[in-house]
Design a binder for this molecule. Structure first.
Ligand code: FES
Length: 144
């Protein structure tokens, strides 16, 4: 099968039932997308498919019919700048998923409210407790 990731078309020899997460990490070597729970509960594996944030661990690669963007392919911009300005990352493991979710939120909402941010980030767990910094960083990015 073929999938397009970060603007590049790839021919992938994989079981169509294999989660997109493993194709990205183990077949294409794009290890920026993280494995946390494997059950759709932590958000560490979040990528964009057709611009929407999705859990790559829950999406069989055979069902991917639109372009995939991973953290490696996310254009540098206000989200990453705000993450640095607010020193969001601590251990950093979950942060690619948070950044992808934040970018998807800001692509559809110019100036999200706290409630909209909390709803968008609700499926993303950070054991370091960076939630308040993430909220501040998303507001910061929205003002750019
Ligand atoms: Fe996919 Fe946790 S690894 S949601």
């Amino acid at each position: 099968m073929q999938i397009t990731v970060n603007g590049t078309r790839h021919r992938v020899d994989a079981d169509p039932a294999m989660p997109l997460l493993w194709v990205l990490r183990d077949v294409l070597g794009l290890t920026g997308t993280k494995y946390g729970c494997g059950t759709g509960l932590c958000g560490a594996c979040t990528v964009h498919v057709a611009g929407r944030a999705v859990a790559a661990c829950q999406l069989p690669v055979g069902k991917v019919s639109a372009e995939v963007t991973t953290i490696e392919g996310l254009a540098a911009g206000p989200v990453q700048d705000a993450w640095i300005a607010h020193q969001v990352a601590q251990c950093g493991y979950c942060q690619p998923g948070h950044v992808m979710a934040a970018a998807a939120l800001l692509a559809r909402t110019d100036s999200p409210t706290d409630a909209e941010i909390d709803a968008a980030m609700a499926g993303h767990i950070c054991r370091c407790g960076t939630g308040p910094r993430i909220r501040a960083a998303i507001h910061h990015a929205a003002r750019q």
